[in-house]
Design a protein around this ligand. Structure first.
Ligand code: C2E
Ligand code: CA
Ligand code: CA
Length: 750
């Protein structure tokens, strides 16, 4: 505060540059000047009059002096008066004069050229001034002079002008000095009382303007008790007020800042929470999409092979069919069935079966992709297209529609030959050996083809046609393809009827067993018989096992039927034994039956029921059961062998044709498939194969049974190559038990 004030004081010279001060000083100066002029000018005007009066009085006293010196009195004569006046005229006291009789105003004497009496003789003795240039006239009455005469005199005013001039200069000097002094005093007071506080105030204000800092420091400690003091005090109050306001504002600002910070924190927290929420939502959405995808996937795609399933396949078929109808196109539907999948699945276990299906799906897909006119639409492609129905009916797809059944849709073909090309490719793809658990497995495929819209106006009809064609392939020996034809429908109906009739066959005792002799090649002696199932249905008549066994396998009826055959065969074996023919009883066991959990128990019970020695029974199984060392079938084989039951491999050469596994399993005999025996005579390949099989089986210590011997030459060939046993129409056709007994008795008789 003190420093502020002192700094202001140091700058006092600002006074000279203070415009207000100069204005006030000038105003003061001029005001005093005007006031003084107003006061002094009248005294200047009176000066002339006063001077003349003084002159008059001076001359009058001289006149009176002269008059008294000449001892004139009230009785002085005119001459004395004139003498006195002349003396005064000579002494230049008077310039001109007129002497009058005071009573009647008569001019008594005259000196000079005062023209006429300028006074009323009857008036008082007041003098009369008559200015004429540097002279002025006066009149003295008798009462002034003490004589009875009036004198009119002309006096000189020669000294008046310089005196007046000197007076004027004096006055002006006085005015100037007083004005100056008054101005200086005013300015001093102004400086002390106004300028300094104002400058201080200004400095403070400027400082306050320059830097808004501690306003308390700007408060001036004033002791000035006037308006300016009031102003400073007001300013101080204002500062205090502002300071308080500022503090409040700052406090508010801090509050605001705190609130802002708090708000910002809240906003950040909220933002973070929102971000997390969004993230969570996204995750949920992702999960939902994933679920949706999974749902779509599981609803439309096969879990195992990742191929479209029956549902999606049917949907695509519908689209393809509709498009074909609309645009006049021709398409093809294929049903593909793996010929020996059931056996593989039953014998090698489900995991192997699954592997086979996966590999088959891949091969079919690849083969379809490789077809020139065909584009395979993978499920990945489909999913990447939005997992939803893409609506592209023009895509060729392969779908899995059942256990080992696949469906291929070719939405557009130019001719049936296109479909045949694709079918051959698919068939070839399946024919190559599959590697399952280090085993080579051979699979063939049957393909039924329906052309649309010709073979079916709707989905179901079309699928039935393809299925019918497929069964036609199966019936005609599998491993191939066929187009649907009208006659096939007849067979399909037949098959459906077989399935329906088969359910009641056991209860209605429609089954019978034929027995076909198994003969020693060398001695032609019967070593056993093979039990072959026969079915005579009221509606269908005689049905061949090849026509109904696979239907029974498909429906599961083969289990009770197989059990019935087993019991019947055991009974027959016992009766043969009792009849004196303790020959072996061979019977066919399907893979499904063999894999059944209670199969060994069933066999044990059947043997026990007839008290038949176990070695009398020979179970014919297919080689597919032996392919997988890990399968349940292996355990069953061991248990059966432990019981002493004989085991033979039926239809050897048609399936896996891998002889190596024979070494590992404890089987007793091999039955060379009829197809080889039939070809012995004409086909060197068949002959050679037969020879090899015989040699190898011998090598493994197995007995050999040749099937389907129809001619003597065949039997001779077998005998030549050391085949143990044979079976066939040449040696004996399947016949009823009674016939067999008879045949046996005859053979003995012979
Ligand atoms: P499979 O086990 O190979 O039986 C031999 C088949 O060949 C029999 O046909 C028999 O009649 C026929 N056959 C025998 N010798 C000759 C011949 O010299 N020439 C010709 N052309 N054929 C001959 P079938 O009885 O029609 O049986 C067919 C198949 O049905 C059997 O083939 C067998 O796999 C199956 N089967 C028959 N009965 C049963 C059974 O009880 N259970 C099971 N699971 N399958 C059976
Ligand atoms: Ca057989
Ligand atoms: Ca056979």
């Amino acid at each position: 505060m003190v420093s502020n004030i002192s700094s202001v004081r140091k700058g006092d010279n600002r006074f000279l540059s203070c415009r207000i001060c100069w204005k006030v000083a000038l105003a003061t100066f001029l005001t005093i000047l005007v006031v003084e002029a107003a006061i002094l000018i009248p005294s200047y005007q009176n000066y002339d009059r006063d001077w003349k009066q003084n002159r008059e009085m001076q001359v009058l006293s001289e006149v009176q002096g002269v008059l008294s010196s000449v001892r004139v009195s009230g009785t002085a004569s005119v001459e004395e008066m004139i003498a006195c006046l002349n003396i005064l005229t000579r002494s230049m006291a008077l310039l001109d004069w007129n002497l009058y009789e005071s009573e009647d105003g008569q001019l008594l004497a005259q000196n000079g050229n005062i023209a006429s009496p300028s006074f009323d003789t009857g008036s008082s003795s007041d003098s009369v001034h008559m200015p004429t240039g540097e002279v002025f006239d006066v009149v003295w009455r008798y009462d002034v002079l003490g004589v009875p005469y009036d004198i009119e005199a002309r006096l000189s005013s020669a000294g008046l002008a310089p005196a007046l001039k000197a007076f004027l200069f004096r006055i002006l000097g006085l005015i100037a000095i007083i004005s100056l002094f008054a101005t200086v005093v005013t300015m001093f007071v102004l400086n002390r009382q106004v300028l300094r506080p104002v400058l201080n105030l200004r400095a403070h204000l400027q400082q306050a303007g320059d830097k808004v800092g501690d306003l308390q420091a700007l408060i001036t400690d004033t002791k000035q008790h006037d308006e300016l003091g009031d102003v400073i005090q007001a300013f101080n109050d204002m500062l205090l007020h502002i300071d308080e306001n500022l503090k409040t504002i700052k406090e508010n600002e801090r509050e605001l800042q705190r609130a802002h910070d708090h708000l910002e924190l809240r906003v950040q927290e909220r933002t973070e929470a929102l971000r997390q929420e969004v993230q969570e939502r996204r995750e949920v959405e992702q999960q939902l999409r994933e679920k949706e995808r999974t749902l779509y996937q599981s609803a439309n795609y096969d879990e195992l092979t990742r191929l479209p399933n029956r549902l999606l396949g049917s949907d695509r078929l519908l689209q393809a069919l509709e498009n074909a109808k609309r645009y006049g196109r021709v398409g093809a539907l294929m049903f593909i069935d793996l010929d020996n999948f059931k056996e593989i699945n039953d014998t090698m276990g489900h995991s192997m079966g699954d592997q086979l299906l996966i590999q088959t799906a891949e091969r079919l897909s690849t083969a379809l992709r490789g077809t020139d006119s065909v584009v395979y639409c993978s499920d990945e492609t489909r999913l990447s297209m939005g997992a939803e129905d893409s609506g592209h009916a023009g895509e060729e797809i392969v779908a899995r529609i059942g256990g080992d059944e696949f469906m291929v849709i070719l939405p557009e073909i130019t001719s049936e030959e296109d479909a045949a090309i694709v079918a051959r490719r698919l068939s070839e793809a399946c024919a190559k050996p599959f590697c399952l658990n280090n085993h080579e497995v051979f699979v063939t495929a049957s393909i039924g083809i329906a052309v649309f819209p010709r073979d079916g106006s709707d989905q179901q009809g079309l699928m039935m046609s393809a299925d019918t064609a497929l069964y036609a392939v199966k019936d005609s020996g599998r491993n191939g393809y066929q187009f649907f034809s009208a006659e096939m429908n007849h067979r399909l109906i037949e098959r459906l009827e077989i399935e329906a009739q088969l359910r009641y066959a056991l209860d209605h005792e429609e089954f019978k067993i034929s027995y076909q002799p198994i003969v020693d090649v060398k001695t032609q002696q019967w070593v056993g018989v093979e039990a072959l199932l026969r079915w005579s249905n009221v509606c269908l008549g005689e049905v061949a096992p090849d026509d109904f066994i696979h239907v029974a396998e498909g429906t599961g009826l083969i289990i009770p039927i197989g059990e019935w055959v087993l019991n019947e065969a055991c009974k027959a074996a016992k009766r043969l034994e009792k009849a004196g023919f303790p020959v072996r009883m061979a019977l066919n066991v399907s893979a499904r039956q063999f894999r059944g959990a209670s199969f060994v128990d069933t066999v044990t019970m059947a043997l026990a029921a007839e008290q038949l020695p176990a070695e009398r029974l020979e179970l014919e199984i297919t080689e597919s059961l032996l392919v997988d060392e890990q399968s349940e079938a292996v355990e069953t084989i061991k248990r059966l062998r432990k019981l002493g039951i004989r085991l033979s491999i039926d239809d050897f050469g048609t399936g896996y044709s891998a002889l190596s596994y024979l070494r590992r399993f404890d089987v007793n005999s091999l039955k060379i498939d009829r197809s080889f025996v039939t070809g012995i005579e004409h086909s060197e390949q068949d002959a050679s194969l037969t020879r090899t099989i015989i040699a190898m089986a011998k090598n493994f210590g197995l007995e050999i049974i040749a099937e389907g011997v129809e001619e003597k030459n065949q039997l001779d060939f077998l005998a030549l190559h050391d085949c143990d046993f044979a079976q066939g129409f040449y040696l004996g056709k399947p016949a009823s038990f009674d016939e067999i007994i008879e045949m046996l008795q005859n053979s003995i008789a012979v």
